[in-house]
Design a protein around this ligand. Structure first.
Ligand code: ATP
Ligand code: MG
Length: 349
């Protein structure tokens, strides 16, 4: 009997509404070739939903998503919706509510895509970003007694459990790759939280003697991303640094539109969620020009996670073939539309 998977689809706002359907076309085409099927159910949540309902998703949203094998997500956000209202935010709720403590964000070069770096060396590494703690815990406050005086306080929280579990994920991942973990902090200035992070990671590293372990500071690492990106295999870092480094990773690839990602619950006790690294790009929405490669790559990461590794590999090979044949959107210097790119990938499966 052929396998069937239940996928929740949340296109979100802006270009999410355009690239998610293209990603789904690729998923259905690859499923047919590999003998499994996908049942999807779509949820129109996000900033548009907020305008009508004063929340990004219904109160029982997590309850609804809980029974799916995975969530295939575009991006949320519209210029007219204040996205500093985090308690209402969709992404934050799903990541924390489903214990998706690993944000898996690979960076690689695509054949035929011009990149900003002069080096022609092949780049292939993964940023493992801690996804539920650190600077994104949304604790703190603003104290504004009058116009002239005030302060804002954000607290970051790192727990032993939180650091250990993401570190184990990173070292295990490295064992399947080129066996190197570079962990990135700034413990020379964030002397409480990040020196603790360093200490716990160093302990975990001892359990993986076959994996080379290197430590780097965030400032130096941004320079290395540009000057010597080929030295990285698995980059393990905090929530905030990972957020910044993955945009830089997108730029190193040649466009933010190229990056795929997974918000992973490694124990699989809740569904994981797969989305491109970029936002909803309202500036280019509605024109069928958005780059869908990151969304399609996210589909491959999703299929690998749910147990369809061969289908995932098929998508990645088809992506490489498509970019090398010149199926490139405007951001990559080409003329292909969003749907042209998906057509090319499907043809190359
Ligand atoms: P977020 O806060 O959700 O991360 P953002 O404000 O960082 O969003 P993005 O939506 O990621 O912004 O867009 C940043 C820039 O990159 C915009 O100019 C946008 O047009 C461009 N961009 C992002 N994604 C794509 C894509 N898939 N294809 C082409 N251009 C893109
Ligand atoms: Mg951004």
């Amino acid at each position: 009997m052929s396998k069937n998977y239940k996928i929740a689809v949340v296109p979100g706002d802006g270009i999410g509404k355009e690239i998610v359907p293209e990603g789904l076309r690729v998923i259905n085409a690859v499923a047919e070739k590999h003998g499994f099927s996908i049942d999807t159910e779509e949820f129109a949540w996000g900033a548009g939903y907020y305008i009508e309902n004063n929340e990004f998703m219904p109160e029982n949203g997590l309850e609804t998503l809980k029974n799916f094998d995975a969530v295939y997500f575009g991006s949320v956000g519209l210029p007219q919706v204040d996205d500093t209202l985090p308690a209402k935010d969709y992404t934050f709720k799903v990541r924390t509510g489903f214990n998706q403590y690993v944000n898996y964000r690979p960076v690689r070069t695509y054949p035929g895509v011009q990149r900003p770096l002069r080096s022609e060396k092949h780049i292939d590494f993964v940023i493992v970003r801690e996804n539920t703690e650190g600077e994104f815990v949304q604790m703190g406050g603003q104290y504004l007694p009058d116009e002239a005086n005030g302060m804002g306080i954000d607290t970051s929280v790192f727990t032993r459990k939180g650091i250990e579990r993401v570190a184990h994920y990173a070292f295990k991942l490295a064992q399947k790759r080129r066996k190197k973990v570079t962990h990135i902090t700034k413990s020379n200035t964030l002397i409480n939280s990040l020196s603790y992070w360093d200490r716990v990671i160093a302990e975990v590293a001892q359990e993986y003697p076959d994996v080379e372990h290197e430590q780097m500071y965030i400032d130096n690492s941004t320079a290395m991303f540009v000057l010597k990106p080929e030295i990285f295999d698995v980059v393990l870092t905090t929530n905030l640094f990972g957020d910044i480094l993955s945009d830089l990773g997108g730029a190193v690839m040649g466009s933010l539109g190229l990056g795929g990602s997974g918000n992973i619950n490694p124990e699989k006790d809740f569904p994981s969620m797969f989305e491109p690294i970029h936002g909803s790009a309202p500036d280019i929405a509605g024109q069928n020009i958005a780059n869908p490669y990151g969304q399609i790559w996210s589909a491959a990461i999703m299929l690998e996670h749910i147990g369809e590794a061969e289908a995932a590999k098929n998508i990645m090979d088809a992506i490489d073939k498509s970019t090398s044949e010149g199926a490139l959107t405007v951001d990559l210097g080409g003329k292909a539309s969003t749907s042209d790119v998906a057509d090319a990938v499907i043809k190359n499966l």
